[in-house]
Design a binder for this molecule. Sequence first.
Ligand code: BES
Ligand code: MN
Ligand code: ZN
Length: 490
Amino acid sequence: MTNVASFSVEETNLDLINQATGKVVILVGAEGKLDQAAKRANKLTKGAIERFVQGDAFEKMSEGAVAELKFPTGMECSAVIIGKLEKRCTPDAARSLGVNVAKLCEPGHLLLATGNHPKSPLICEGVALRHYSYQDQKSDPTETDLTVTLMISKAEEVKVELDTALAIAEGVFFTRDLVSAPANVLTTTEFGNQLESLRELGLIVTVLEEKELEKLGMRTLLSVGQGSDSPSKVVTMEWKGGGDEAPFAVVGKGVVFDTGGISLKPAGGMEDMTMDMGGAGVVAGLMKALALRNAKANVVGLVGLVENMPSGNATRPGDVVKSMKGDTVEIINTDAEGRLVLADVLWYAQDKFKPSGMIDLATLTGAIIIGLGHDKAGVFANDDGFAKRIVDSAEREGEGAWHMPLAPCYDKLLKSNIADMKNVGGRAAGSITAAQFLQRFVKDDVPWAHLDIAGVASIKSESSFAPKGATGWGVRALNRFIADHYEGTS
Ligand code: BES
Ligand code: MN
Ligand code: ZN
């Protein structure tokens, strides 16, 4: 398990700047005026801060950027980090300042002397989100522990906001750890166990085993997992923080490894398919965040946990399976497995929980990476207003999202000669036909969105808020979406 850096909040005491070891962060606005903390650092360094701020280098820095003065004479610390930030900055600028600080952080101590900057909690959020390193598989993990002191006026007020940001960061780290874990470690059983441990936070966790899934008729989901020795599972996680209103449902694709099945993927890059449970990872992280921050909403998370393997028992191309809804699907390509898992979990979510709305997340198609790359997830919805609210929530949290189309004209691509539909629509509009397939398992009166996160769940270079690897994309977007639209409504 990867821990979020530990934060404490202290009332402004300028002597902390003299004594601080590790690194000290001060903020300076574009006009170069020094606040109390910056003045103290300036005095101790015999004017070094002022000389830097008056120079060209500072002028060229963009909002949210940082510069480091290493081993300043006159101070105990190993560096003063000067952050350029206006008092009235955007949330993005504050968060990215924190991210930039974290990139310079070494294990040990960090003093954030942000004075009375109103967006100090967002700066902390940026530091927390960026200071992540997955070490669980190293026999000799490197030391990464970071202790942060936020020195600020009105510490008590800020503490509440900071605690919420840190609860959400813990959810993000849970997602990243799950996504980073190799498939021989994070089997369907281990994934189920990790979700069961969320009970200690007050979530009601139910694990449905194969026998029960069989009884429920979830044949499309089971057809994906039947080639694997790992048992398929559906796990539900209920958070009841609201009144007696219907819950909001969040559904995740949890393919712990996707070989493609009999329609086997090529060897090159197949190892990346350990992240094919990314949707389920986001649902898990979101549920953890909601519980930790004691969200005043009813939310149920559901994940379909399966492994897509080729074997003597695996589903063949050409097989026809019946979904829980009752529709039959001709499986043309066993590598289009995510939609088969989601079809049954989406139907079960509506059948069991009668949700007021539903969002699914899935690393569903390679085509969404061709369309949108690694900066934005694709948002498909049966309601434009609903899609807009999701895109706006993501934007506010600095997570990219883009509204993609759904339309009946794409349905013809899913026609099967022998069954009610086939599971692939061909190369053209690959992400849309996948979403169109899912829509068949959503009732018309349920506001629903599908988020294709194949491009954003895990990436090979750093993102705006995460180091390279698992990002946890979506935990904050959906937490914001729940907070803004489903809390305090009862
Ligand atoms: N898990 C993959 C999609 C994926 C690709 C996720 C790359 C992350 C990175 C999904 O199950 C898949 O294999 N999709 C196929 C669908 C096709 C057979 C219609 C794809 O995108 O090629
Ligand atoms: Mn696949
Ligand atoms: Zn897949």
